[in-house]
Design a protein around this ligand. Sequence first.
Ligand code: ATP
Ligand code: MG
Length: 432
Amino acid sequence: MAKNIQAIRGMNDILPAVTPLWQFVEDTFRQLMKSYAYDEIRMPILEKTELFKRSIGEVTDIVEKEMYTFDDRNGDSLTLRPEGTASCVRACIENGLLHNQTQRLWYTGPMFRHERPQKGRYRQFHQMGVEVFGFAGPDVDAELIMMSARLLKNLGLADIVRLEINSLGVSEERQAHRTELVKYFEQHQDQLDEDSQRRLHSNPLRILDSKNPAMQSMIESAPRLADFMGEETQQHFTRVCDFLAEAGIAYTVNHRLVRGLDYYSKTVFEWVTDELGAQGTVCAGGRFDGLIEQLGAKPSPAAGFALGIERMVALLEGKNVSVNQNPDVYLIAAGEKAEQLAIVFAERLRDINKDLSLMLNCGGGSFKSQMKRADKSGARYALILGDDEIAKNSIAIKDLRENKPQIDIQLDDYSQIAKLMLNDEALLIDKI
Ligand code: ATP
Ligand code: MG
């Protein structure tokens, strides 16, 4: 026999046992987007490699070592998107959505990064993201953070996450800080690990979020970006903090929070948890006022965030959250005549109540084996159609979860059946 073909490492099948939790996250997010009046945008999964190099930054982990890049049949260098912001900005510029207008957008879909697979870190993973364009003030930063706080609350995860925020200033401020930072790290070069040595002149800011225990106290005393911030930047950050305080959202300012992508400026934030080991960041974002100009369009302020669905689902699993996706009803049909009737009857019930989840017995079987399947399906009720019922022109309803006598209803009494099937449980229970 031929050898089974397996999935690519780090790219997971998401199986029926967990898709209900995925849908819970996705539905909660969609509902949230509606309540904040954001619009959906959908972008391709493949983009020109140049787009990510120019936006994420040449000396970031993503561009240096994590992208799935290949030449297509025309010899063009293409990359499977490692994140959504670059594509979203590209799409908005290309379609004229930024010129003299504002946008509040969301997207969802798979992202690809060639990382070392481990719990909470995969090579194909899924994000839900939000981007706003054309708003320069701190109010929209606060709106985004409050929105992410509400999402975590609606998912029931508020008690296991905490918010960290920081300001990365504007380009000139970062430059001034960078000069001092490099000087400082050069003085402590003997304490820098290999990764940090490499970043010293390419991306020294990233050294600040090194997790290497041996470097912590040295990093803690490094020059702080906050000390290089001008009045405007400082005020912007203070306003964001004030909005959050007013909304009762707890946060800590982490002056070492720098984010892994180059395009951020001013406000940045992360929701972190202790429940997922080293993969502690579940949602992250910030302002990126320079990106649109960097990609060749007229400058426009922008901000956004993205969350990893896998990590949200892992948190829900850790809390033993389960979502009931059992059918309401299992329709049993014993005998050829009953089968014929049942398939039409099932359609009729779905006409009457579109919310009804009805599983029709397929593949025949004895009454006993069908009852077993009904039980296994997790359905609350079995509808039973057998020779006896057909003779009486009726159908039997049996509560599968509570010990009650079954009842008969006339088969053509659709209004009565409709009432029962409209999830009018009280009526059903009464009758039984
Ligand atoms: P990390 O520090 O964990 O590598 P990141 O800073 O690279 O995260 P972002 O690029 O900001 O992450 O992406 C936003 C979110 O997407 C993360 O907070 C995380 O929830 C999720 N995410 C990022 N990379 C992965 C991955 N390889 N597998 C699963 N989820 C991921
Ligand atoms: Mg990463």
